[in-house]
Unconditional design. Structure first.
Length: 156
């Protein structure tokens, strides 16, 4: 089943990976695939599923916003540390970064607390295991694809 899942992702992701502008589309496909596999893993009824995915969607949107802020702050830090920009700003930007990381941690804790009102402890356990396994599977798939791409480029 795991091989089928990876094959499914590869079949839909490879054409998109070939184009940088298709990155958003690939992300959406992976998210949709993740959602389908998550429904299977949790085996939720319709009511629980709607409640859970509503909270999950809100959490993911906030998480994306915080990640965007972290990316922006990282770019500022890179600019300050490699350029001749005002080094006095460094402390401010580092503190902003730390505070944003704290917000991310708080967001995750609140999300887990929120879903406890919807899911049983067993369902939450399956969710935690699923998310970790899914992330590792995607990372392995990307690493394999990158290795194949590097071998293909060196043979040209």
């Amino acid at each position: 089943m795991k091989k089928l899942a990876v094959l499914f992702i590869i079949l839909f992701a490879l054409p998109v990976l070939a184009q940088n502008r298709g990155q958003g589309m690939m992300n959406r496909r992976v998210e949709e695939y993740e959602k389908v596999k998550l429904i299977e893993a949790l085996n939720l009824d319709e009511t629980k599923s709607i409640q859970f995915f509503t909270k999950r969607r809100a959490f993911r949107e906030k998480q994306r916003n915080l990640n965007d802020q972290l990316d922006s702050l990282t770019d500022k830090l890179k600019s300050i540390t490699t350029g001749s920009q005002d080094k006095d700003k460094l402390k401010d930007v580092v503190n902003q970064y730390i505070n944003t990381e704290k917000q991310m941690h708080t967001l995750k804790n609140n999300y887990m607390t929120d879903i406890k009102s919807i899911l049983t402890d067993e369902e939450i356990a399956r969710l935690i295991v699923f998310e970790r396994d899914f992330r590792q599977d995607i990372q392995q798939m990307i690493m394999k694809r990158n290795r194949r791409g590097m071998r293909g480029n060196s043979e040209d």
